[in-house]
Design a protein around this ligand. Sequence first.
Ligand SMILES: [Zn+2]
Length: 211
Amino acid sequence: MANLVLMRREMVAIGQEMQSRGFVVAAEGNLSVRISGHCFLVSPSGVSKGGLRVQDLVEVDTAGRSAQGKPTSEWPMHREIYVNRPDVQGICHAHAPWATAFAAAGRDLDGSLLTETAALLPRVPLAARTIPGTAELALSIKPFLADHDAILLGNHGVVTMGTDLRAAFALLETVERLAQVTLLAEVAAGQNSVDAETLRLLQERGGPKSY
Ligand SMILES: [Zn+2]
């Protein structure tokens, strides 16, 4: 099936981009796409996303069964999304550091900070802290699935979804940028202008001399 070959190549390419962008290290993160109603292509367990090969990818049914290898341990989370969101065709999960900093701090993200995200991504909610790879993690995101395409996982990372894997990855990039700018804006808001006395002394010097 030509379409499946393209899906495998796209997943390998996006795995490399996730790694090169620093969204995952070691064997972190996972990817999946919906091949058909009850058949999915997923990244394997325990493999670097930057070193994926097309033959490493695993086809699974909804229950996570496969004849090709061991799928990602986070399959229950991916399954929860596909079952609740028939429109979703691709999913990215990563530990992108800026977004994960919010998840670690127990904070959600406010997309209204930026004109680029205010309408597209008004909020990135934070799911409760759970143990990775468990059914509890899958259930932790369920309350947010109806209204959100990106969710922070408590003390863990971020998951994004889209109409294909490329769209899910683009949303992951957007969430990471929003988290980065949010934190930088908070730092920038703490800047101090020079006080009046210092300004008077500077003005007395009469302009740049040895700057
Ligand atoms: Zn993870």
